[in-house]
Write a protein that binds this ligand. Sequence first.
Ligand code: C5P
Length: 232
Amino acid sequence: TKYFALIPAAGTGSRMGNELPKQYLSLAHKPMIYHAIHTLCQSQWISRVFIVLAPGDTEWAQYDWSEFSDKLMVLYCGGVTRAESVRNGLAVGQEKAVINENDWVLIHDAARPCLTTVQLEKLMNELMNDKVGGLLAIPVADTLKRGDIHNRIGSTESRENLWQAQTPQMFRYHLLIDALNNATTVNITDDASAVERLGFHPKLILSDVCNLKVTYPQDFALAELILQERKI
Ligand code: C5P
């Protein structure tokens, strides 16, 4: 059984309020996407890392990626949604590298630059004998309020058994393809939810807050601090 990684990086990052897509914004002296690529390529288990870019991307080619040339494969086949980018990437990736039905694919967001090798290997170790797959996640720590249109609290929700989904999300190749093909008409925000719609129950693998998603400028500063601290 082989392991493949795929980074959907065809988004525009409009919530950062920036012209440059956020995966290219400079973070710890590199374009943000560099950090996820570095961690995934370092893993002995992962044989290829696919990068899915928007067809019109002109930024990727501005950087030197030669240090990853043995594993990296760049695909200009991004779609309108993240799910479509992943689906296109898996289809084109299959033509370029032989992916078998039962091989594992790990989908990871470029916007999670602080993933560590320890977290990555924990995910793979805990799922290697699983039939379905799963994802890194953390239990919800804050008290959850459901607000109304006036920002008045309508109710307090129990946080028991509630988790925040992270990436990588790791699934058998055939299952993820089926799930994404099946979920084309609905708006799904991660790969696990597509798999859930087929009736499967992906496993939650305990991660930590350091694997944060960079969405707003404040997240950016935090990610930079985390990465800098590790270099020391
Ligand atoms: O916008 P958001 O942070 O949810 O995007 C998550 C990831 O999905 C990002 O790495 C982004 O580049 C990617 N994406 C994509 N194709 C899209 C939209 C988002 O590959 N059409």
